[in-house]
Structures are given as structure tokens and as C-alpha cells.
Design a protein around this ligand. Sequence first.
Ligand SMILES: Cc1cc2nc3c(=O)[nH]c(=O)nc-3n(C[C@H](O)[C@H](O)[C@H](O)COP(=O)(O)O)c2cc1C
Length: 179
Amino acid sequence: MELYTALENRRSIRKYNTDPIPEEKLKRILEAARIAPSWKNQQCWSFIIVRDAAKKTRLADTLHKGNPAVKAIQQAYATLVLCADPSASGNIDGKEYYLFDAALAMQQLMLAAHAEGLGTCCVAWFDEQAAREILNVPPQQKIVALTPLGIPAKEGTMPPRKKLSDFVFAEEWGQKIEL
Ligand SMILES: Cc1cc2nc3c(=O)[nH]c(=O)nc-3n(C[C@H](O)[C@H](O)[C@H](O)COP(=O)(O)O)c2cc1C
């Protein structure tokens, strides 16, 4: 899939069928995360692949009430749980770059999944402590996000995006630019 097509068409998918996905696809998607850029190339992330149905249901229960991704976590073939070690990344002027590193790995993974015809949805509104207990994640690791991974049962539609002129400035903050 052409890169710009993938960027344009990737959506957060919240409805899945329960069919399995081939192991080679899963490996290629994880490979895309493996080669993501990171602070000093420290690659502070880890992924836990959860396929066990009972465990997926327990993970879905950690999502806060009203989170629209609950069913997706239950239904999709797997849930990938993204962890990161803050001490393995930078902290400059109060900016914790482990989140940045982890997000880049997740974005590469989500785009690769899309290129493979699979759906994902970054999910961060959940009870971290509850997920930690289910997955036995050690205290030095943060659980940054989850994503369901599987075959989409319904495509998403693109929610509205800002215009370029809303967030791109020329030369200094606030100076408008024609693009
Ligand atoms: C950091 C982050 C956290 C998110 N958390 C959730 C979540 O908890 N539940 C959910 O359904 N979607 C979640 N999303 C997905 C966003 O709602 C989605 O990316 C946004 O609405 C744009 O839609 P699109 O991904 O289809 O372009 C999250 C996305 C990001 C980047």
C-alpha cells in the first residue's frame, strides 16, 4: 500500500470479526514497531500479545465506563498491550520522551496493520493498575496503551481534522501562512 494512501485511510476500528490473523502478518506488524525511531535509539517499548479470550475480556473491563473501544477489545483476534520503561528514555524540561517513543512504535504498528488489511485502535483511557495486575507487568514499566488487532467488521469514518492554517505558523508563533 502506498504510504500516503495508508496515512489517509487508516482509521480507528472498533468493530471486528473474531477470525484469527496469520502469524506472518502479526510478525510483519511487530517488525514495523521494532524499527521505529526512539530517544538515543533506546527502544524503551515492549508489547504483550493477548489472545486468550478470558484475558481479553478482563482487559476490556479495565476500560473506563463509556470508552467506545470495550467491544473491540473483546472481539478482535488479539489485544496488543504497549508498555514502556521511562528510565530507558529521555526526560527533558519535564517532557517524558518514553511516551513519544512508545507512540511512534504504536503508530508504525497501526500503519503496518492497516497495510495488511487489519484494524487497530489506540486505547489509552483505561485503569492502568488493573491492567498491570492482569498482565503481571512490573512496576518500572508504564502501560501506555492497548490496541485491538484483527479483521475489521466495519470500516471507520474520518472524524473532522483541523485545517493546516489552524496549526502551521510561519517563522514565529501565531504568524499565518498560506499553504
Ligand atoms: C493517545 C490516544 C488515546 C486514545 N484512546 C482511545 C480510547 O481510549 N478509546 C477509543 O475508542 N479511542 C481512543 N483513541 C482513538 C482516537 O479517538 C482516534 O484516533 C481519533 O478519534 C481519530 O480517529 P481516527 O484514528 O479514525 O483517525 C485514542 C487515540 C490516541 C492517539
